[in-house]
Ligand binder design. Sequence first.
Ligand code: COA
Length: 151
Amino acid sequence: MEIRVMRPEDEAKVYALISESLDEYFAPQVITFFRMQWPAGQIVACDLFGNVLCYLAGTKLPNGRVSVHLFATAPGSRGKGIGTMVLNRFKQAALMEGFSSIQLEVKERNTRAMDFYKRNGFVPVEYLESFYNDGSSGVRMVCDLGAGYRT
Ligand SMILES: CC(C)(COP(=O)(O)OP(=O)(O)OC[C@H]1O[C@@H](n2cnc3c(N)ncnc32)[C@H](O)[C@@H]1OP(=O)(O)O)[C@@H](O)C(=O)NCCC(=O)NCCS
């Protein structure tokens, strides 16, 4: 398996992955947009055949943090440590560009993802009432890379 920065030719596979993994609709152009904004902040895990098993889309925020905007591992590949490796690679990318904290929003009911983030150094900082398009609420979480970064 390979953890690397996403390439333009990965886009269709990445779109298929997020379409089957996330319960919000995203237009295909969103993937291109994130890649154009910050190429080094788009991380994928691929198998030997080039299949994309995990994708993380990072963005740079005006508040001096970076954000994990989209993050999914293919359903059949979850729970094998791939997401942790991709997140660690993203932490490195953020540190290399001088960022020291990462923020993200997660649905309140997505307790598995929240537990995953807590184990990876994120702490809840804010409750987000009716934050999502479907009316559900969320939680904002922050990871201080000085304190929370582990390899
Ligand atoms: C959250 C996610 C990206 C983690 O990726 P991953 O490759 O499964 O991560 P790892 O294998 O490194 O860690 C797995 C851990 O995350 C937790 N986890 C969260 N969601 C899980 C899922 N749907 N299936 C299996 N494990 C899951 C497990 O508790 C597991 O812990 P364990 O190793 O102690 O059993 C992935 O589970 C996923 O794609 N979930 C669905 C989409 C999603 O919720 N994205 C986040 C939106 S904010």
